[in-house]
Design a protein around this ligand. Structure first.
Ligand code: GLN
Length: 273
């Protein structure tokens, strides 16, 4: 079979799964061949003989498994991270949370202690460690499986010595002073049906309780109890009003940010001076 024919056959199979079937077919083939997609484009008339592996991966994608899990990697903030079904796939909007956290950290001492609750694949703590090299980072997760992925990613980006990874529910196992808390916790309401792609992701990382904002509210409580100076969290597009009311009931001033689609996507709170 020619590469060209293989690509059009594969793209046809992927038509119902993705808006970019041609591109995904090419990415899968490049992954199996261990080459760049640009090589495939320039050699589309080459004859190719593939083993079963390519067709197995294609089949997984046809069943809606996210491409990132099939490839074992995802990009975030212009960097590559290892991902698999033990962790949530990084979402582009979470880059805004990283930027917000960096902005807040600039108002803290350079060696501030920043704690991330629910680090998953580690993308937030790792980016914060790269962008704020003097900060002291602690990344916690209740899932040891997720911590293993985040440790691997920290090593990949050379910041494993700068981040302390702790298996912990919230801040239960984190001692000492905390300057800033950052989190992209599960915030989807338990009863909400997940789209077919999301069903491959760990539900532990997605569902936040019967309302969805329970964990966010608990993190606001912890921010207050631990007397941290700043808090930044991602949230659902419809959680602005409940979070505003919750912060108000606690006497806190909350501010919100939007994602690239102009949907409410997160908030931050600073200590009262
Ligand atoms: N933003 C993710 C989604 O919509 C959810 C992430 C989360 O619950 N923290 O799939």
């Amino acid at each position: 079979m020619h590469i060209k024919e293989l690509l059009s056959y594969s793209a046809e199979q992927l038509r119902e799964v993705t808006d970019i079937p041609q591109k995904e077919a090419m990415i899968l083939l490049a992954h199996v061949l261990g080459c760049e997609t640009s090589w495939i484009l320039t050699h589309s008339h080459n004859e190719i003989k593939l083993d079963e592996h390519f067709f197995e991966l294609l089949k997984r994608r046809v069943s809606h498994e996210p491409l990132e899990y099939i490839l074992g990697k995802a990009s975030f903030y212009g960097k590559e991270f290892n991902v698999d079904s033990r962790v949530l796939i990084p979402r582009p909007e979470t880059e805004i949370l990283v930027d917000k956290a960096v902005e807040l950290a600039r108002e803290l001492p350079q060696n501030a202690h920043i704690v991330e609750i629910g680090c998953g694949s580690g993308i937030i703590s790792i980016m914060l460690s790269l962008l704020l090299p003097d900060a002291k980072l602690t990344a916690v997760d209740i899932s040891m499986d997720a911590l293993n992925v985040s440790k691997q990613n920290a090593q990949k980006h050379g910041v494993d010595k700068n981040i302390t990874f702790i298996e912990s529910s919230y801040l239960d196992n984190v001692d000492g002073n905390i300057d800033m808390i950052v989190s992209n916790p599960p915030y989807i309401a338990n009863a909400e049906p997940l789209g077919i792609g999301l069903s491959y992701e760990p539900s532990l990382a997605l569902y936040g309780g019967s309302r969805g904002d329970e964990m966010l509210c608990h993190i606001v409580d912890l921010f207050q109890e631990r007397k941290a100076k700043a808090l930044a969290c991602e949230m659902g597009y419809d959680q602005r009003e409940p979070m505003r009311l919750y912060a108000q009931s606690k006497g806190l001033e909350i501010e919100f940010y939007k994602d690239l689609a102009s949907l409410d996507r997160g908030f931050w709170i600073k200590e009262k001076k």
